[in-house]
Ligand binder design. Structure first.
Ligand SMILES: Nc1nc2c(ncn2[C@@H]2O[C@H](COP(=O)(O)OP(=O)(O)OP(=O)(O)O)[C@@H](O)[C@H]2O)c(=O)[nH]1
Length: 831
């Protein structure tokens, strides 16, 4: 573009300043893009970013007069119920401090003089607590949809919210790319928009000093009409009708349709209404007066359809597009700001910060002062920065009069200055405003997340303080517990074994003497010689049963020992297991000890060697009394010849009394034989006759006379003795035989193994040990699991603490980086 010295001279200084600021801003945008990328990586790999919500507290919301910050209640989208008091400071950067810490610092500061800049927040109070760029409310409208969206988001999980924030950051990063393109672009686009019929086309025509745009009392602008200097179109004035803006290429005829300028009215009225038109016009005014042909920057004016014609959204979106540098908002003074105008201004001011407002048809207003006041009040609320610069940015004019209205001249000068001289404002400010908002959002995000990290550090420390000592104690006491359990097991088994040994040895000794193993067992009464065999059977059964009962007694004693052992194990559990660990819920059932297992077919399975090991007759397994060979009386039960012979001839070890008895016993052998042979049918009479008969054969007459008498007397005496002695000798004989069979079951004078006693001792000890081992195994398992859990807890808390410390450091670093970027991009002051 050719520029004359006259036009460029006064603008050169501003241009240079602009270039410098542009370079700084581009640097800031680049750094912010890298920062965003780092935050996204951190969000993905190291820390799920939480999305904060700051709300005003009903009470105590006001800050201390000494403080620049405001008190807010911090909560998070994924956990709206838990709130923390924070102080939000907004000076050059936005920072969050826990209220408790800020209060403490304030107290430490003592009676320091009040900050003169109290409440000097640089962005409006309403915006200070909220996100501008990362706001998760997609609908920017005013219809209260944000509350619904907030409620929806609060249902989402942390990760989903972090993903939404990530999407925002990705979008911000792309927006930065577009901003960079725009900042580097030398052209400036001025969008003229406003309510329907506000006089936008009239105003554009007045600026161009020619009637180009169709004007009507009826709403008539249906297309976006972009007005460019005709130098961009080879100095040819014409209209290009465009279907697709993105595809439009001035060098490619297929992307547009050429139309003569004089046909503009006709195209607008066409049935197939175009949506975008490019008008190339010759503004023949001198460079220092012309807006389009100004010698510094390529300006294009865009006359947009009235807001209420198209949907508010379309125009609002258009206004937010990055190629728009300046928004000129035309308001009809007759209507003030309509609702759609207010919506538009509110949203556009977020994006642009400064808006150029033309209050048109001011000539129609009678009470001009009142109108001016009311419009300015509305602007103050909607775009505070525009209001701050109202003298330059808000103009009350009559566009119909155009250049003939002195106010219009002021407007033109301000607009030229706004677009050209204050180019930084019109061109760079949208980018720096966006950058500043973005950095503020990052600061709010990392500030809140640093608070979360701090809370996690404290929480992890608390967990570690609680779990570490418990774990240490468990590690140190593990060996002691194992030893104690082993001792319980050992002592229980030993005690059961020695008790059983004593009980059974005692019982077996008594049985060996013909007495019942346990005194509680009744011996059968002697039924007489004729029922001797039954008597022997009953005696045998009683003795055997008494042994079974002794076994049962041993088992009962073992149950008591096992019970107290199990109790000891439980006490050890209480002593060694940490609090909160569930104690054993196993119930020890003594009656289950020594039970036989049943096989699948329901038959009993005897686990021990059936030769001598028995549980007794009382349902405790196969006892001696259940074994037929033990109950079956034999001849030897009555007259134990081998025993008596052994004792008598071999001297034995028994005492004298035993010897005397044995002498008689020898005699009894013969009688016994006869008795057994004759049994009940022969009887004593037959026996005496038999003896006489024998002596008849063996002796002569003289001896027969004496011998018969002697023999008769001897036999009768012996028989009488036997009859009297049998009730005592039979139990002794049977007892001795049972005793013998249980100590030498294989028969014969083999090694004197105490098989009966030993086997039961081993069995009872084994069963007792089994019970105690199970109880101690259970406790050991609980202890091991509890220790593993504590180890895991400690490791988890250590990991959380490490992660949170790293995150906190990282967030602090990010806070520093945003401050540096502000410095670099020249955003130190947002005014
Ligand atoms: N008195 C007076 N009338 C004006 C002024 N500006 C525009 N008008 C009239 O207002 C009516 C609408 O003007 P336009 O310029 O077509 O308005 P617009 O905003 O472009 O209309 P649409 O594009 O259709 O929304 C016309 O009849 C104009 O003559 C003004 O400053 N004073």
């Amino acid at each position: 573009m050719a520029a004359t010295e006259e036009a460029t001279g006064p603008l050169r200084g501003a241009q240079q300043a602009y270039v410098e600021q542009k370079v700084r801003l581009l640097g800031g945008l680049g750094s912010t893009k890298r920062l965003l990328s780092d935050i996204r990586v951190f969000n993905k790999d190291s820390w799920t970013i939480r999305y904060p919500k700051l709300s005003t507290k009903a009470e105590g919301a006001e800050p201390s007069p000494k403080r620049r910050g405001v008190r807010r209640s911090l909560s998070f989208m994924d956990d709206p119920s838990s709130e923390t008091d924070v102080i939000l400071e907004r000076s050059l950067t936005r920072s969050l401090t826990l209220a408790s810490i800020a209060d403490a610092q304030e107290n430490d500061a003592g009676e320091s003089p009040s900050d003169p800049d109290v409440g000097g927040r640089l962005i409006p109070e309403s915006e200070v607590s909220d996100f501008q760029v990362f706001r998760l409310d997609l609908n920017l409208g005013h219809h209260g949809s944000s509350a619904a969206a907030g409620a929806l988001v609060s249902q989402l999980e942390k990760v989903s919210i972090a993903n939404l924030v990530d999407e925002r950051m990705a979008a911000a990063s792309q927006h930065i790319d577009r901003l960079c393109v725009r900042v580097e672009d030398t052209s400036s686009k001025v969008l003229v928009t406003g309510d329907l019929n506000a006089g936008k086309s009239t105003f554009v025509n007045a600026l161009l000093r020619r009637t180009v745009m169709p004007i009507d009392q009826q709403p008539c602008t249906t297309a976006f009409c972009e007005v460019h200097d005709f130098s961009e179109n080879n100095n040819v004035e014409e209209v290009h009708v465009i279907k697709d803006t993105a595809a439009y290429d001035i060098a490619d005829e297929s992307t547009f349709k050429r139309v003569d300028l004089s046909d503009l009215d006709r195209i607008m009225d066409d049935e197939e209404k175009p949506s975008i038109l490019k008008l190339y016009l010759n503004d023949s005014r001198p460079l220092n007066q012309s807006l389009l042909n100004n010698g510094v920057v390529d300006i294009s004016l865009i006359d947009a359809p009235g807001l209420n014609r198209d949907s508010v959204k379309t125009t609002a979106l258009f206004a937010r597009q990055e190629e728009i540098d300046v928004v000129v908002f035309v308001v009809s003074a007759e209507n003030h700001l309509t609702e759609s105008a207010r919506n538009f201004l509110k949203n556009a001011s977020n994006e642009k910060a400064y808006l150029f407002v033309v209050v048109n048809k001011f000539d129609q207003i009678k009470n001009k002062e009142k109108c001016r006041r009311m419009v300015l009040e509305q602007i103050k609320e909607l775009s505070p920065r525009t209001y701050e610069d109202a003298n330059d940015l808000v103009h009350f004019v009559d566009s119909l009069l155009g250049k003939d209205d002195p106010s219009f001249e002021d407007l033109e000068a301000s607009l030229r200055s706004f677009v050209l001289v204050k180019r930084a404002k019109s061109k760079l400010n949208p980018a720096s405003t966006y950058l500043s908002n973005l950095l503020s959002d990052i600061e709010l995000l990392v500030g809140a997340n640093a608070i979360v990290a701090q809370a996690e550090i404290a929480h992890a420390k608390g967990d570690l303080d609680a779990a570490r000592p418990v774990l240490e104690r468990m590690k140190n006491s593990r060996e002691a517990l194992e030893e104690a359990l082993e001792s319980v097991e050992e002592q229980g088994a030993r005690s059961a074994s020695s008790k059983t040994q004593r009980t059974l040895t005692n019982a077996l000794d008594r049985v060996g003497q013909g007495l019942p193993g346990l005194s509680s067992v009744q011996m059968p009464s002697y039924p007489g010689l004729l029922n001797l065999l039954d008597y022997a059977r009953d005696v045998r059964k009683a003795l055997v049963t008494s042994l079974d009962m002794a076994v049962k007694l041993s088992e009962d004693e073992a149950r008591v020992i096992a019970s107290s052992g199990v109790q000891e194990v439980l006490t050890l559990g209480d002593e060694y297991l940490p609090e909160g660990v569930e104690r054993s819920r196993r119930v020890f059932m003594p009656e289950a000890m020594f039970s036989t297992r049943r096989t699948r077919d329901g038959k009993r399975r005897v686990r021990s060697n059936s030769a001598v090991v028995a549980g007794g007759t009382l349902g405790l397994g196969i006892g001696l009394a259940a074994r037929q060979e033990m109950l079956q009386p034999t001849f030897l039960d009555l007259l134990d010849a081998p025993h008596n012979l052994w004792i008598y001839f071999c001297g034995g070890k028994e005492g004298e009394e035993e010897k005397e008895q044995s002498a008689i016993g020898i005699v009894s052998v013969a009688i016994g034989v006869v008795t057994m042979i004759g049994g009940k049918s022969i009887g004593l009479h037959g026996f005496v006759e038999g003896v006489m008969h024998i002596t008849n054969i063996l002796s002569d007459e003289s001896t027969r006379k004496w011998g018969a008498a002697i023999l008769g007397t001897f036999a009768v005496g012996t028989a009488a003795y036997l009859v009297l002695e049998l009730p005592n000798s039979v139990p002794r004989t049977i007892g001795r035989r049972i005793h013998y069979s249980l100590v030498c079951p294989a028969g014969g004078p083999g090694p004197k193994e105490e098989l009966f006693v030993d086997a039961h001792v081993a069995r009872v000890a084994r069963e007792t040990r089994k019970v105690l081992r199970l109880a101690s195994w259970d406790l050991k398992e609980r202890f091991r699991i509890a220790m593993d859990e504590r180890s895991r807890e400690v490791r988890g808390a250590e990991e959380t603490e490490r992660r949170a410390i790293r995150a906190k450091e990282w967030f602090t670093e990010v806070g520093q980086r945003t401050a540096d970027i502000r410095e670099l991009a020249g955003l130190v002051s947002l005014s």
